[in-house]
Design a binder for this molecule. Structure first.
Ligand code: NAD
Ligand code: WQD
Length: 335
């Protein structure tokens, strides 16, 4: 079994990816400092996969801790999820974001080099595209100056990997992952007030928040609300298995490859809200508020390159995402 280091593997996308890796016959080695996750996730993973994954509590900015993991397991590849991800917080605490996201990437790469590990899958983000002119965006869309320190850490991370061809990189630009494992045993665990739309919707529906504020209904879009490309976290998780296979097997690839991961479907805030109410048969209290600073009007993917080269395509519908997100929220409330 191929050992894969999964930094940030206790988090939202990481935990779902660990399940898919175990089911695909890989041996994930989770390395996470738990700054935005909880060890309870391990129980959920174990119940789905039938056994516990390997977990080491540690920080990617700590080279000695990284060395001990590479010494303990015959790691062949890394998937690097570990990062801080709150856009607003990155504006108020830029140094913390650069230290964790860039410092952590640099320490990880140095440790990989010391232990002769070349393959890496890097978690990038659609945020690198900023306010793009032409929709849907393809991977060769030029990247504008980043809109936030968080976005800047993703652009820089991509650049660092591109600049060093020792590393065999698949860089994945995630659009808006939502939903949860259909079992309801793992999902997203936002600490405090959620920044993102889907967890806010589920918490408002559950009565944990008074009402969702729709950030602006005066955008130049069909219903006036902003448009994104939401994809099911299980589809996203499966893309990482495809990326590892691509690194192992593709005969024609360069040292640095980048792919958009989205559905290619444009969905507005109101559309998502109404779909949630319809699918789950529950109203979501909401009001219209001002636009949120830094939000782009619309952003959705052309995901065809991932289909052509990775053989990956998002299969799950918006209804699936919203049903699974609600199922997970109900489990959390009843725990
Ligand atoms: P998450 O916060 O749920 O998971 C990140 C995990 O990394 C957490 O378990 C956290 O404890 C861990 N971590 C953070 N800093 C660490 C450090 N220094 N050392 C060890 N562990 C550390 O986030 P997520 O939504 O699962 O995101 C995973 C990755 O995907 C991140 O790189 C994020 O920037 C990127 N991404 C997320 C989204 C999204 O909407 N969720 C979109 C695009 C890109
Ligand atoms: C989606 C839409 C909001 C909350 C962010 C990051 C991006 C990536 C994914 C990491 C927007 C609207 C939201 C609310 C609302 N993360 N909204 N009321 O902004 O597309 O992307 O998460 O890489 O980098 O920027 O996602 O879920 O925050 O918002 O009306 O309470 O929902 O204005 O139009 P976003 P989101």
């Amino acid at each position: 079994m191929q050992h894969v280091l999964v930094t940030g593997g206790m988090g939202f996308i990481g935990s779902h990816t660990v399940v898919c890796l175990m089911e695909a016959g890989f041996e994930p080695v989770i390395f996470d400092n738990l700054c935005n996750s909880d060890t309870k996730v391990l129980e959920g993973i174990a119940r789905i996969a039938g056994r516990s994954p390997i977990f080491i509590q540690g920080d990617v900015t700590d080279s000695a801790q990284l060395d001990s993991v590479f010494e303990a397991y015959p790691i062949r590849s890394a998937i690097h999820f570990a990062a801080l991800k709150a856009v607003g917080e990155s504006v108020s605490q830029p140094l913390r974001y650069y230290r964790n996201n860039i410092g952590g990437l640099l320490e990880l790469l140095a440790a990989m080099q010391r232990h002769s590990v070349q393959n890496i899958v890097f978690s990038s983000s659609a945020t690198v595209y900023g306010e793009a002119e032409k929709m849907p965006v393809t991977e060769d869309t030029p990247l504008p100056p980043a809109l936030s320190p968080y976005g800047s850490t993703k652009q820089m991370g991509e650049r660092i990997l591109q600049d060093d061809p020792y590393f065999q990189t698949v860089c994945l630009r995630y659009f808006n992952p939502i939903g949860a494992h259909p079992s309801g045993l793992i999902g997203e665990l936002p600490l405090g007030i959620p920044n993102n739309l889907a967890p806010y919707v589920t918490q408002a529906a559950a009565g944990l928040r008074e009402a969702l504020t729709v950030f602006g209904d005066d955008y130049p879009t069909p219903d006036g609300t902003a448009v994104r490309d939401y994809l099911h976290v299980m589809d996203l998780a499966e893309a990482h298995v495809a990326a590892l296979r691509f690194l192992d097997e593709a005969t024609e690839r360069s040292a640095f490859e980048v792919f958009n991961l989205g559905t290619g479907r444009a969905v507005s805030v109101k559309e998502l809200l109404h779909a949630f109410e319809r699918v789950n048969g529950i109203p979501v209290p909401h009001r219209i508020g001002a636009r949120r600073q830094g939000d782009v009007t619309e952003l959705w993917a052309n995901p065809s390159l991932a289909e052509q080269r990775l053989g990956w395509k998002a299969e799950r519908s918006l209804d699936d995402m919203l049903r699974d997100a609600w199922n997970w929220q109900l489990r959390l409330v009843n725990q």
